[in-house]
Design a protein around this ligand. Structure first.
Ligand SMILES: Nc1nc2c(c(=O)[nH]1)N[C@H]1C(S)=C(S)[C@@H](COP(=O)(O)OP(=O)(O)OC[C@H]3O[C@@H](n4cnc5c(=O)[nH]c(N)nc54)[C@H](O)[C@@H]3O)O[C@H]1N2
Ligand SMILES: Nc1nc2c(c(=O)[nH]1)N[C@H]1C(S)=C(S)[C@@H](COP(=O)(O)OP(=O)(O)OC[C@H]3O[C@@H](n4cnc5c(=O)[nH]c(N)nc54)[C@H](O)[C@@H]3O)O[C@H]1N2
Ligand SMILES: [Mo]
Length: 760
């Protein structure tokens, strides 16, 4: 095995020497197999494989090492030399494993054989693919389609995802919730409503031309570290960056590029944010309203003095609706209301507004800090309001930049993993496959969870993910999950969702993205769509960890063949043998997005699906971009009260969602544990806590349910008063399933009402 010291570390992007020791630590625990350095060299380059960590775009003019600290960790973690073979179950029962941590479960290594749950021995036992597929199909045939959910986490590539959606519809249901239901669903619904696009509008050219970024609730240092390079380049050419985030996130404060030997040697850092505004959790509506108010006041003053207007009046007239009502609200809302709700001073907001007004081209970047709120869609609409005031959408160097999560989460939506029937080209599916697709909407993940509670949902298939750990209401979910008739999980590693098996349960182990996918016509490539709507081919080159693994595509097709009555248009075996045929089908289903798909598969930087809002074509109800008049000044759904806090659930720098690589959140200085709650020092003093006190958080959602998480150590932290922070997924026990965005139902994981109490 290569040593970490052999890593091209001086070139591996991500912040300074710390990122190298972060990788080293994961390498020590996961023990990647020989050849992983070669794998890292191929990461995110044409002809290589596309990292299955985050969805940050892969540039056309890539670097020698186009991976970051966390992408490297992800690759090492997947390419571990550890194996979780069927023999593992000789020593462990399912019940016993429930006491294991998420980290330890995945550390058992790659799954190597299909497994069936044996209730009598309380263990999974090895089974054959035939038994598994036939067994699953037999149970599905006895259930009604509306009782079955086909979940997908954003990992699986476009080809397998397209057929997974088709399989569910051939079976008779649109129950196709996806991980984005817990993530950027707020964008899919909220952004679409106001600018007609369910995805971001910017591309690389805009990043290169902009002169200002406004960051709201996105943490690039941890969650999209390759973004730090264009940000540094931007800073080098004088671009200004203004950040709104309750926490001071290191990646938004300063950065040392490991690709810059001088900076590495001298420790010279680039300051990222010119202004950093630590607003209250849920305070964005007020903060952005304050920015807009300052812009409008400046425009009034400019008009009075006969200077050029600050607003882009021509754009507003031609392209938008709702402007007059919105500016009335800006004028009528007092600074005292704004500053109270935002937790920021008028001076701070005016300073930020000055940068906005004096920049020609502004990009609005956002992530979970805007989407995961009870009024997440209002947050996004407010950011759009700000951008529209100066025509900052649909022109070079400007636009909306939601940063997506899983590597192909956006693409899965593009090719039909969606619970809403209206998003599906059903006529084309009917012609292509000779069947009547279901026209009723299926379940969103929130409906699916509620359906499990009421027993309307009787079986779950999961194409990847760790749903039990990712959803709210974790405790109730575990019981409900085990109470189903069937659970089937296509997985690479063992995780907690496997430990609450339904009456019939299977784990189907699949190939990872970096592995050779050998089929009848030879090795296959797959493809994914990134956050800029660019489609990239991806070819694995590593030997799979076990000869028994199947590709996600082969698994979906095998299930299709066993479940769906024969029909000459359904060529499951041929599709498994040649993924190019599936890409042809995708092109015929979505001709505007995928023209010349197979020919353009390996375009450097990907090929672009285009985006009407990028060209100022607004596919909204009115045909215009919409100014939204906010009906409240924050994005939460509860009143402030004595002793009630707003809890943010966070990702550490040592995890990918529910996959916990280790216990080092180096950027926040939290080492060796995840059982913490971050609290403002004045709040601690007022509540009588000192550093290290053991506390419990208790849900304060005002319903009957008791939700409590004990064993947490209090850490004094630079966080606004009234706001607490803890880690996801540990804190998910505290979230009510009813606590979600009004419009899109995205769980409101960023301001959960809680109380804090001493833990006995
Ligand atoms: N290494 C790594 N990479 C990842 C992931 C991972 O877990 N690990 N997850 C992937 C996935 S699926 C996703 S969706 C993305 C998530 O990436 P992000 O969108 O960055 O998500 P989070 O880290 O959950 O939260 C983002 C930020 O929101 C801030 N915040 C919280 N509440 C508020 C608020 O009310 N207002 C504002 N303005 N800010 C707030 C938090 O302090 C935090 O810095 O990352 C993807 N990439
Ligand atoms: N409180 C709180 N809850 C949250 C969030 C939050 O910020 N706070 N974030 C939400 C967000 S943004 C998201 S996206 C969800 C994530 O929810 P999920 O997508 O369901 O969860 P992951 O942790 O990404 O899934 C990890 C598992 O995926 C499997 N896996 C890994 N690679 C592959 C592969 O290539 N193929 C297959 N088939 N399986 C694979 C492994 O078995 C691994 O254990 O969680 C949501 N939940
Ligand atoms: Mo996500």
């Amino acid at each position: 095995m290569s040593d970490i010291d052999d890593l091209p570390l001086k070139s591996g992007p991500a912040g300074g020497w710390g990122s190298l020791s972060g990788m080293k630590q994961v390498m020590r625990t996961s023990r990647p197999e020989a050849g992983f350095l070669d794998t890292l060299r191929r990461q995110n380059k044409p002809g290589g494989f596309m990292c299955s960590s985050c969805a940050w775009p892969k540039p056309p003019n890539y670097r020698a090492f186009e991976f970051c600290e966390n992408g490297a960790k992800h690759t090492m973690w997947e390419n571990t030399s550890h194996r979780c073979t069927p023999a593992f179950w000789d020593d462990h029962t399912v019940t016993e494993l429930r006491d294991w941590s998420d980290h330890d479960l995945e550390m058992t290594g790659r799954l190597t054989a299909p497994l069936r749950f044996d209730a009598e021995s309380d263990r999974y036992v090895e089974t054959s693919w035939e038994e598994a597929i036939d067994g699953i199909a037999a149970i599905l045939k006895n259930l009604s389609p509306e009782e079955v959910v086909f979940y997908a986490s954003g990992h699986a590539a476009l080809e397998a995802s397209y057929l997974y959606g088709l399989l569910a519809r051939l079976y008779g249901t649109n129950n196709l919730p996806q991980s984005s239901n817990m993530c950027h669903e707020t964008t899919s619904v909220g952004l679409k409503e106001v600018i007609g696009s369910p995805v971001g509008t910017v591309i690389w050219e805009d990043i290169a031309k902009t002169d200002c970024f406004f960051f709201f609730g996105q943490n690039p240092g941890t969650n999209s570290p390759r973004f730090l390079h264009p940000l540094k380049e931007a800073k080098d050419r004088g671009v200004r960056i203004v950040t709104f985030n309750p926490l001071r996130e290191q990646g938004l404060v300063s950065f040392i590029s490991p690709q810059d030997p001088v900076a590495m040697a001298t420790g010279k850092e680039t300051i990222i944010s010119d202004q950093y505004h630590q607003l209250r959790a849920g305070g964005d509506v007020a903060a952005i309203l304050g920015l807009c108010k300052a812009v409008i006041e400046a425009d009034d003053a400019a008009q009075e003095a006969g200077r050029p207007r600050i607003l882009d009046v021509a754009f507003i007239e031609e392209h938008t609706t709702g402007f007059d009502t919105f500016i009335e609200t800006c004028r009528n809302t007092s600074w005292s209301d704004i500053t109270r709700e935002a937790g920021l001073t008028e001076g701070a907001l005016r300073e930020a507004a000055d940068v906005y007004m004096t920049s020609e081209r502004v990009i609005g970047v956002y992530g979970m800090g805007l989407t995961q709120h009870s009024r997440g869609a209002l947050n996004i609409a407010m950011l759009v309001n700000l951008m529209l005031l100066r025509g900052n959408i649909g022109r070079p160097g400007a636009g909306m930049c939601p940063v997506r999560g899983h590597s192909n989460v956006q693409g899965q939506r593009t090719v039909g993993i969606a619970e809403k029937a209206e998003l599906i080209p059903n006529d084309r599916l009917k012609t292509l496959f000779d069947f009547d697709p279901p026209l009723e909407d299926g379940t969103h993940i929130v409906d699916a969870v509620e359906g499990l509670f009421t027993k309307k949902i009787k079986a779950f298939l999961c194409l990847g993910g760790n749903l039990l750990r990712a959803v709210p209401e974790q405790k109730r979910m575990e019981e409900a999950w085990a109470g189903q008739e069937m659970s089937v999980m296509v997985s690479t590693k063992l995780n907690r969702s496997h430990l609450f098996p339904a009456g019939h349960a299977w784990i189907l182990p699949c190939l990872g993205r970096a592995e050779i996918d050998e089929q009848a016509t030879g090795p296959q490539a797959v493809s994914i769509e990134d956050s800029f709507s660019m489609i990239h081919g991806s070819t694995g080159h590593r030997k799979p960890p076990s000869p028994l693994l199947k590709s996600e595509m082969a698994i979906v097709c095998a299930l299709g063949k066993a479940l769906i009555p024969d029909n000459p248009k359904l060529r499951w075996d041929e599709w498994t043998g040649d993924y190019g045929l599936v890409r042809d089908l995708i092109e015929r289903t979505y001709p505007d997005d995928f023209a010349e798909y197979n020919n353009r598969l390996f375009t450097p930087g990907g090929f672009w699906r285009e985006n009407p809002a990028h060209k100022r074509i607004w596919e909204t109800e009115s045909g215009k971009a919409v100014f939204t008049d906010p009906d409240q000044l924050n994005s939460i759904s509860f009143e402030d009260a004595e002793g009630r806090y707003r809890l943010i659930t966070l990702r550490s720098n040592d995890q990918f969602n529910t996959t916990i690589y280790g216990y080092s959140d180096r950027f926040r200085g939290i080492e060796g544990t995840r059982d913490v709650v971050l609290m403002n020092e004045e709040d601690m003093a007022a509540a009588g806590y000192v550093k290290g006190d053991r506390v419990a958080l208790v849900s304060d959602a005002g319903d009957e349910e008791t939700r409590r998480l004990g064993g947490l150590a209090v850490i004094p932290y630079q966080i606004p008063r009234g706001t607490l922070a803890g880690y996801y997924p540990e804190c998910n026990v505290l979230i009510s399933i009813k606590h979600h965005d009004q419009l899109s139902k995205t769980p409101a994981s960023k301001s959960i009402p809680v109380r804090i109490e001493k833990d006995a």
